[in-house]
Design a protein around this ligand. Structure first.
Ligand code: NAD
Length: 356
């Protein structure tokens, strides 16, 4: 075992079917008297029904993807006008992003009720976009004070969205396993997260209302959020960030790129690969195992399926190779371009050369 540094983020988690009923008590624990409720237009009904016992001072129900600055400013003005002393957010990573964007300038505490598997509620990472550029950072201020995971709220998450969001969570676990600042505790969470998600997602695909599978998937997503909360991401997340700049959808991009990024790092991270294979149920190759899962879930397999233009592959490879960041295998233009071509064409990752 190597020397390591472990960071545990302060976090209160209330977990389980029906736990959304604890929302008012969690807000009261913080001593909050004026809540700003945040959601997307699509989650507004659910959010309002959960908030009936809250001291509501306002509702911002206009959250969208990518936290665009104009809308963030509007949400911040609304928080100020309502004299809010707490943000309650009900929704996925996009909506949680709005609560964080408010917290970063105001310091308002957040109580989060996640309804997808993004894991954002477990991290200090915030991001606000201006045009095509996204400014991101880490700040303890944006970490929710309490998180309520109620799988009942996820029963209506469409199977395709669930699958892509779940693969996004899986990507957090995978990269934590080979992060340069990883540690044995986070690796335990990451392995358990991959195990829980990979077992639950196929069941959800067959029956979206399978509460047991929904519970397991949300547990996996929580662990995934913990892993990304205190480790640095590597090639996979950086590539997905670059591809996001070409307008590709977040979770689906993660799902498609993941097997190929794992293939890229296979020979340089043997211990992580062993853990991924085990967590996927004893498959013979980590990258192919992830690809097969993605296929079984009916997710798109090609970047070309989700709007990537072939002409942009070289530019994306340059962007990914030029920004320096730690990754188990050196990030270089030619092999990254090959990775992107394989992902563009949706090829099943070939058998790695490395043999344990
Ligand atoms: P999302 O929040 O955009 O939600 C996806 C869709 O699902 C939306 O249309 C939403 O209205 C709908 N939806 C959400 N919950 C639902 C439910 N229970 N039932 C039915 N429909 C529901 O997607 P996401 O994948 O959760 O989040 C992606 C965003 O999160 C990205 O912008 C990403 O950058 C960010 N993110 C941030 C972090 C972080 O640490 N800061 C981590 C992961 C992801």
């Amino acid at each position: 075992m190597h020397n390591f540094t472990y960071i545990g983020l302060p976090m209160r988690v209330v977990f389980g079917a029906g736990s959304a009923g604890e929302l008012a008590a969690e807000v009261e624990r913080l001593g909050a008297k004026r809540v700003l409720l945040l959601c997307t237009p699509g989650r507004a009904g659910m959010a309002r029904s959960l908030a009936d016992r809250l001291p509501l001072a306002g509702v911002f129900d206009q959250a969208v993807m990518h936290t665009p600055l104009e809308l963030v400013e509007q949400a911040r003005r609304q928080a100020t006008a309502a004299k809010a002393d707490c943000c309650v957010v009900v929704g996925g990573g996009s909506t949680i992003g709005f609560a964080k964007a408010i917290a970063i300038t105001s310091g308002l505490p957040i109580v989060a009720v996640p309804t997808t598997y993004s894991g954002s509620e477990m991290t200090t990472i915030w991001g606000v976009s201006e045009g095509r550029a996204k400014k991101t950072g880490r700040d303890a201020k944006v970490l929710p004070k309490a998180v309520i995971y109620d799988p009942q709220l996820t029963l209506g998450l469409p199977p395709a969205v669930s699958a892509a969001s779940g693969m996004n969570a899986m990507a957090h676990c995978v990269e934590a396993l080979y992060a340069h600042d990883g540690n044995p505790i986070i690796s335990l969470m990451a392995e358990e997260g991959i195990h829980a998600l990979s077992a639950a997602l196929p069941k959800i695909n067959v029956n979206a209302e399978d509460l047991e599978a929904r519970t397991d998937a949300l547990y996996g997503a929580w662990l995934a959020g913990c892993t990304i909360g205190t480790t640095s991401v590597a090639l996979h997340h950086k590539l997905c960030h670059v591809l996001g700049g070409f307008g590709l959808p977040h979770a689906e991009t993660h799902a498609i790129v993941l097997p190929h990024a794992v293939r890229y790092n296979n020979d340089a991270a043997p211990e992580a690969m062993g853990r991924i294979r085990k967590a996927l149920g004893g498959v013979s190759e980590a990258s192919a195992g992830l690809y097969d899962l993605q296929k079984r879930l009916g997710l798109p397999l090609r970047l070309s399926d989700i709007g990537m233009q072939e002409a942009d592959l070289e530019r994306a490879a340059h962007m990914a190779a030029e920004a320096p960041y730690p990754n188990p295998r050196k990030v270089e233009y030619e092999p990254v371009l090959k990775l992107l071509r394989d992902a563009y064409e949706g090829r099943r990752p070939a058998r790695p050369i490395f043999v344990e």
